[in-house]
Design a protein around this ligand. Sequence first.
Ligand code: CA
Ligand code: CA
Ligand code: CA
Length: 363
Amino acid sequence: MKFQKIALLLILGVCAVSGLAFAAESCDDAPALKTPYMIDLGDKYVTPDGMAYNPVDNNIYLVIPAAVEEGDAPLLVITPDDKVKEVFRIPANPDTKHAGVLGIAFGQDGNLYVADSQEISGHVNHNGRLLRIVFEDGNPVRCEVLATNFVAPNGLTVANGKVYFCETRVTEDTPCPLTSGLFCFDLKELDPANPYRAKTYVSETDCDPHFIFQFKTNDPDWRVGANGCSSSVDGKVYVANFGDKQIYELTFGADGSKVTKVRNVIPCPNERKKLMSIDGIRVDSTHGCIFFADFAGNAVHKVCISTGKVTTLAKNPVGTGADGALDRCSEVCRRGNKLYISNIDLPFDNDNDAPHSLSVIEL
Ligand SMILES: [Ca+2]
Ligand SMILES: [Ca+2]
Ligand SMILES: [Ca+2]
């Protein structure tokens, strides 16, 4: 049966396989739309975004970028019983007075790696940074600056002994087509005593050597490039092209920093028509799928990595986010059988309004 499927794939091309049924726990079944429940963050945490599950304490860590006001950025935990607790403050960039933190992920070293966008706080003039929150005895104790001079760092993942993060655009302006891509640093080369200053992007061939993958976004209406970033247990890295509604699967050579193969996870245009954007993404290696937030469409979907079939899990018109409704959602994070969705609630055809919330779906 398996060989028949592979033969079908070869003959029909990936667009034609969406009707195929895969094994139990299938990644491309089509359940009814879910009704999320709400975690109310209160009135202090108004733009929740990046999340990372920590298997050590079973908490989900959540950052709140200083997007609509100045200041440092709270780091919260969502405890296993869904209580909200602030555990650290990520200091603002002293030059801008903002901490625009977005993507976060834990390394094998137990520390939390952080993409400080600054662009979301209104500073696109290469103020973005790569940060590390050092954990001691299970607690965050200090923040280190590891690298600087980025425009718009966004989704971030740690795999293969490397930290990978998206640069959502490479210039201060937003031309169409728009160039963006992926930075990669070996954890061993990062030194907080001597932060790396990235070379400013000049052209496709004249840019920082750590900028290992780049592409164009052609959508004229959403000029937003590389956004969500996640990795699988076998060391592949997935990068979302926000405006063009695509996810790239990157395969690396032995050292984890040279891209040897790029594959479109959603090759079929009819599947991409179910979406308006791809923001935060999270690979579920166990079930062979990627969950993702559709910021522009105010929806959450999953895509089967092998077939490219997209299934919508939740979607509603933007509003306040009351009763668990999605409210300009931007990131997803799985814990057990639940998918946590952060509602960054940015004012794009929307008001940043109470309740300030996460939505949670029982899968
Ligand atoms: Ca994002
Ligand atoms: Ca809201
Ligand atoms: Ca709202």
